[in-house]
Write a protein that binds this ligand. Structure first.
Ligand SMILES: NC(=O)c1ccc[n+]([C@@H]2O[C@H](COP(=O)([O-])OP(=O)(O)OC[C@H]3O[C@@H](n4cnc5c(N)ncnc54)[C@H](O)[C@@H]3O)[C@@H](O)[C@H]2O)c1
Length: 254
């Protein structure tokens, strides 16, 4: 996959899946704005990255904040002259029982997972429309947007909504040659998930292919969906879960 001279924004990318997406985009020649809420993480991620093929600029800020979203798109255009690719990766997982789920948690999940993706897609699509040569937008969903998962009502709902949003935007964005898709990862090994010392063992046991996903598994699919090789794919969601949703064994009952 060749991303030479492509310009991308990836949110929530100081670590985990987003960081791997940035690393691979830059390795394939893209110039990338790497966003994270945590300014230090964003800076460190860029400094440590191999940047001989593409550039990468850290951009600290809340990806759910409309002003930050506008600044990010402006920054991409100011630094690199255009915007070709957006990966709305940032998403927060706030667990809790439905019957006592706090409104603050609900609205925070919706702000980052849904609002951040919706308004980033809007700002990016307006820029791409102005440029006149199309673009690619990708939302980060989850298997919990497909299968019910204990204590994740708000999160799962936000992810399912993103998949419908991608489908819906096919209507308005196709005339501008902008394709828009989602990937839905299953359990993935990241700095965050590995804080649970049982995570690997649990998912190793209940994933048909015998292991949780690596960040590379997810990034490879994302790169394909934002590359020139997938220009005729739009409104789709790709589940990357080692077969887990095909059978859906619970992580809590084994
Ligand atoms: N890791 C998994 O198992 C898994 C599974 C399915 C879906 N996902 C989805 O994939 C995406 C990435 O997951 P991850 O586990 O790599 O992420 P993560 O939880 O490790 O977070 C990655 C980065 O996002 C940043 N971040 C959090 N809120 C932010 C905000 N408002 N603005 C900007 N940055 C913010 C954090 O500081 C962190 O550095 C998320 O949307 C998540 O819901 C992850």
């Amino acid at each position: 996959m060749d991303f030479k001279d492509k310009v991308a924004i990836v949110t929530g990318a100081g670590q985990g899946i987003g960081l791997e997406i940035c690393r691979q985009l830059v390795a394939h020649g893209a110039n990338v704005i790497l966003n994270d809420l945590d300014a230090v993480l964003a800076e460190e991620a860029v400094v440590k990255m191999d940047r001989k093929n593409g550039k990468c600029i850290p951009f600290a800020g809340d990806s759910g904040d409309i002003a930050v979203i506008k600044q990010m798109v402006d920054k991409a255009v100011e630094e690199f002259g255009k915007l070709d690719i957006v990966v709305a990766n940032a998403g927060i997982t706030l667990f809790g029982e439905f019957l006592s789920y706090p409104p603050e948690s609900f609205f925070e999940v919706m702000k980052v997972n849904l609002g951040g993706s919706f308004f980033l897609a809007q700002a990016a699509a307006n820029q791409m429309k102005k440029q006149g040569f199309g673009g690619s937008i990708l939302f980060m969903s989850s298997v919990t947007g497909h299968q019910a998962h204990e204590n994740l009502a708000a999160y799962g709902m936000s992810k399912a909504a993103l998949e419908m949003l991608a489908k819906n935007l096919v209507i308005e964005l196709s005339p501008y040659k902008i394709n828009i898709n989602t990937v839905a990862p299953g359990a993935t090994l990241t700095e965050r998930t590995l804080r649970d010392k049982d995570y690997f063992g649990t998912w190793e046991n209940i994933t048909p292919l015998g292991r949780p996903a690596s960040v590379n598994d997810i990034a490879q699919a994302v790169l394909f969906l934002v590359s020139d090789n997938s220009k005729h794919i739009t409104g789709q969601s790709l589940v990357i879960d080692g077969g887990w949703t095909s059978v859906s064994p619970s992580p809590y009952k084994n």
